[in-house]
Design a protein around this ligand. Structure first.
Ligand code: ATP
Length: 306
C-alpha cells in the first residue's frame, strides 16, 4: 500500500481558451487533511472534480488509493466520499430518506443514525430537506459523503456560507476523520480555515500550484516577524510604504495597507511621519503575526479576495 492516498501528476484541463488547471502535480499522505486554497476561479473545483471522476482531464495521471483513474474508477468510487453542492439535494425527501437513498448505492453502508449523528442532525431525520436551514443542508451534504465510511473524503468549500457555530461543527467532523486515520481533501477560500485544519496546504492560482507545504512551514518561510495593518482616508500606493527603511514589504488595496516589518517600533514612527507628510489619516490599526493569507499576498502580490 502506498503511503499516499492520492498522487496527481501533470493534470491539465482547459475550457476553450481558459487553462483552468495547468499541469499540476501533488500527493496527499494517507491520514492527512489536505487543503487546496486559492481565489475564485483558480481551478480548485475543476481539480477536485477530475480526481472524483466527474470531469475528464485533458492530460495527466491520477492514482487514487493505489488505483489508476479512469481505468479503476468504479472500484475507487466505493472507497471515496464526495460532498455534493446543497443545491443538488432532493428537497422533497426527509433527511433520513435522503441518507437511506445514498446508503442504497453501497454494499456495506454505515447505519443512517450514525451518519446523521456525525453531523449533529440526529433529531432531523424526519424533517424535509427543504425545511432544513442552509447550514443544516450543508451538513447533510457532508453526511451523504460519509454513508460508505470512505477512506478519502472530498469536501468542496464545506463551510461556505455557514455561521460560525456551524462552521466549527464541520471543522470538528473533519478533525474526527483524521482521528480515524481517514484522508480528507478539501477546498476553501478561507485561509484561516486552511491554516487551522490542514496538515498540508497547496495554494493554487490561475490553475497552477504556487506553494505546497505544512501551513506553519509556509508561514515560517515568509521570514517576516510582524504585520501592521490599517486603513487610510485617502489614496496611497505600495511604493510610498515599501520605500520606508523599516518596511520589508507593503501591499495596498482599496485604502487598506498591509506592512511587513521586523522592527515594529521603527515602522510605527516611519508610518506616522509619512501620514503627516502625505496628509492621510490612519484608521483601525492592528498588529498581528503573519498568516497563510500573507503567504498568498507574498507569492501573488494580491489579496485573496480582491
Ligand atoms: P471558486 O472558488 O469560484 O469555486 P475554483 O477555484 O473552484 O473557483 P473552477 O471552478 O475550477 O475554480 O474554475 C476554474 C476556471 O475555469 C475559471 O476561470 C472558470 O471560469 C472556468 N470554468 C470552470 N468550469 C467551466 C465550464 N464548465 N465551462 C467553462 N469554463 C469553466
Amino acid at each position: 500500500m502506498s503511503e499516499h492516498a492520492l498522487i496527481v501528476r501533470n493534470l491539465t484541463k482547459s475550457y476553450g481558451s481558459v487553462r483552468a488547471v495547468d499541469g499540476i502535480s501533488f500527493a496527499i499522505r494517507r491520514g492527512a487533511i489536505f487543503c487546496l486554497v486559492g481565489p475564485n476561479g483558480a481551478g480548485k473545483t475543476t481539480t477536485m472534480e477530475m480526481i472524483e471522476g466527474l470531469k475528464q482531464p485533458d492530460s495527466g495521471e491520477i492514482v487514487l488509493l493505489d488505483m489508476r483513474l479512469p481505468q479503476e474508477l468504479g472500484r475507487a468510487k466505493q472507497m471515496i466520499g464526495v460532498q455534493l453542492q446543497t443545491t443538488g439535494l432532493f428537497e422533497r425527501l426527509t433527511a433520513g430518506e435522503l441518507v437511506n437513498l445514498f446508503r442504497s448505492f453501497y454494499a456495506r453502508p454505515v447505519p443512517a443514525a450514525d451518519v446523521l449523528k456525525a453531523v449533529s442532525l440526529e433529531t432531523k431525520s424526519d424533517q424535509l430537506v427543504s425545511q432544513l436551514s442552509g447550514g443544516q443542508q450543508q451538513r447533510l451534504a457532508v453526511a451523504l459523503a460519509l454513508v460508505n465510511d470512505p477512506e478519502l473524503l472530498f469536501l468542496d468549500e464545506p463551510t461556505a456560507g455557514l455561521d460560525p457555530q456551524a462552521r466549527r461543527e464541520v471543522w470538528r467532523l473533519i478533525q474526527s476523520m483524521k482521528q480515524r486515520e481517514k484522508t480528507v481533501f478539501m477546498t476553501t477560500h478561507y485561509m484561516d480555515e486552511a491554516e487551522k485544519l490542514s496538515d498540508e496546504v497547496a495554494i493554487i492560482d490561475y490553475g497552477k500550484i504556487i506553494a505546497h507545504d505544512a501551513p506553519r512551514n509556509l508561514v515560517a518561510g515568509l521570514n517576516k516577524a510582524n504585520v501592521i495593518e490599517f486603513s487610510t482616508d485617502s489614496d496611497v500606493t505600495d511604493n510610498q510604504f515599501s520605500g520606508l527603511r523599516s518596511v520589508s514589504a507593503a501591499t495596498v488595496l482599496n485604502k487598506n495597507v498591509v506592512l511587513y516589518t521586523t522592527d515594529v517600533k521603527e515602522c510605527l514612527v516611519d508610518v506616522l511621519n509619512l501620514s503627516q507628510s502625505l496628509s492621510f489619516e490612519i484608521k483601525d490599526m492592528q498588529f498581528r503575526n503573519p498568516s497563510l493569507e500573507d503567504v498568498f499576498i507574498e507569492l501573488t502580490g494580491r489579496m485573496l479576495r480582491e
